[in-house]
Design a protein around this ligand. Structure first.
Ligand code: HEM
Length: 160
């Protein structure tokens, strides 16, 4: 049987093109979480809803009543908190923003935040993500990022 060089080239090309097509089909998956959430406008809206929710959640005690580090939720303080939280989440999900706030350990040190309070605030964030129709996959990815801060934030044991 006579092998035509052209046929060989075609056969090889088809082998090479299969992974190339597969890569193309997977391209949407490579979008950053930041882009899949809808970028800064979407994250700003989620943060506003989330701060409103967490600030009045008794299971969170956001103002740290009864602790050595009570927090006064003045409009100015709330604005700074929302600005920094938005920057923090934008940067952590792959956005171009620079986080200008303090690091998580320094900010929350002495607030005596318990594991239960951390769990309650994570639930408030999830509720906000659901309110804005964020798909479950992206919800889970945001919560997983927030969970990485737990070691720097939680000081008090779960039972307290
Ligand atoms: C029960 C859990 C939490 C409580 C009670 C809490 C409480 C607070 C309070 C009172 C402040 C204001 C501090 C100040 O301005 O002096 C603050 C700031 C902040 N928190 Fe939390 N927090 C909690 C969990 C979290 C989590 C899970 C994150 C990360 C996603 C986070 C991110 C931030 C950021 C970015 C700031 C702004 C820091 C700055 O302005 O320098 N917090 N938090």
């Amino acid at each position: 049987m006579k092998i035509r060089p052209f046929a060989v080239v075609l056969a090889l090309a088809s082998l090479i093109s299969i992974p190339a097509f597969a890569e193309e089909a997977a391209a949407p998956e490579t979008k950053s979480l930041y882009d899949r959430l809808g970028g800064e406008p979407a994250i700003t809206a989620v943060v506003a809803d989330f701060v409103g929710r967490a600030a009045v959640d008794p299971a969170v005690n956001f103002v740290r009543a009864g602790t050595p580090k009570p927090w006064d939720p003045t409009p100015e303080h709330l604005d700074t908190l929302k600005k920094h939280l938005t920057q923090f989440l934008c940067a952590a999900t792959g956005g171009p923003q620079i986080y200008e706030g303090r690091d998580m350990k320094t900010v929350h040190e002495g607030m005596q935040i318990s594991e239960a309070e951390f769990g309650a605030i994570a639930a408030d964030l999830k509720a906000s993500l659901i309110t804005f129709n964020v798909p479950e996959k992206e919800q889970d990815e945001v919560i997983a990022i927030v969970a990485t801060t737990q070691g720097s934030i939680v000081e008090a044991p779960a039972s307290s």
